[in-house]
Write a protein that binds this ligand. Sequence first.
Ligand code: SF4
Length: 272
Amino acid sequence: MTGKGAALSTAITATNRRTAARVAVADIFYSFQGEGVNLGRRALFVRLMKCNLTCGYPGMPRTADAAAAGAMVCDTEYTWNTTKHDLRAAPAMSAAEIWDQLVRLDPATSDPGLAPVDLVVVSGGEPLLHPSIVVDLARSASASGRALEIETNATIAPSAALIAAGARFNAGLKLASSAVPFSKRIKPQVIAQLQASGRVRWKFVVTGPDDVQEVAGLQQEFGLTEVWLSPEGANVDVIVDRTRWLADVALTHGWNLTTRQHVLIWGDERGR
Ligand code: SF4
């Protein structure tokens, strides 16, 4: 092929290469959003592999029996902790393949008499490690009339394309109780960018009174406008106790309070 045809073919090949980026996927499932402003709302979830933080440990654990150092330990270590989990089992998928699977999980796809699921949640790990994938998913969500939320640790700036695609951000800034060094978990420029997007809700997983003090300080320092507290815990008793304790704390500080509905219903079962 020569001339325009060859140029077109090259362009199409390049486009295919660009759009065929693949990402390792931990889980794709249909459930309720378990936390935050959309708590209890049906949603289609995709959980992507890899994280840039190591919550519960000051750095990447070196052995499978490495003791956690933080009061808040990651509940999705299977997305990043190579000492405990074989991450190679996660299938690599393109954004189009992920989207097809999400849509198939919507019960309205097979039964048009049902109300469609109008919320997609992209979680991790840290989804913003995969910028082109999240943009493609956000565009697909927007084109299908669904809202899309990204659960992020707020250490990686979202692209302008992602914001333009209509994504919203549930930004879970990590506190000292995560044992992650301050310089890794608090990125002032990223925080400022997310805040300026007007599409962010700040969520803090709280283990105790020290966390509350830190949340207040971060809110003041960065002018965080919509703060949510969430009780740390992987079982019902801990979640209920902490939710009760946090109720007065949240009301006093002018913050919102979410519980963790998925843990109350299903405990720490994966893919719920
Ligand atoms: S940022 Fe989230 S996924 Fe990453 S280690 Fe922390 S809790 Fe786990």
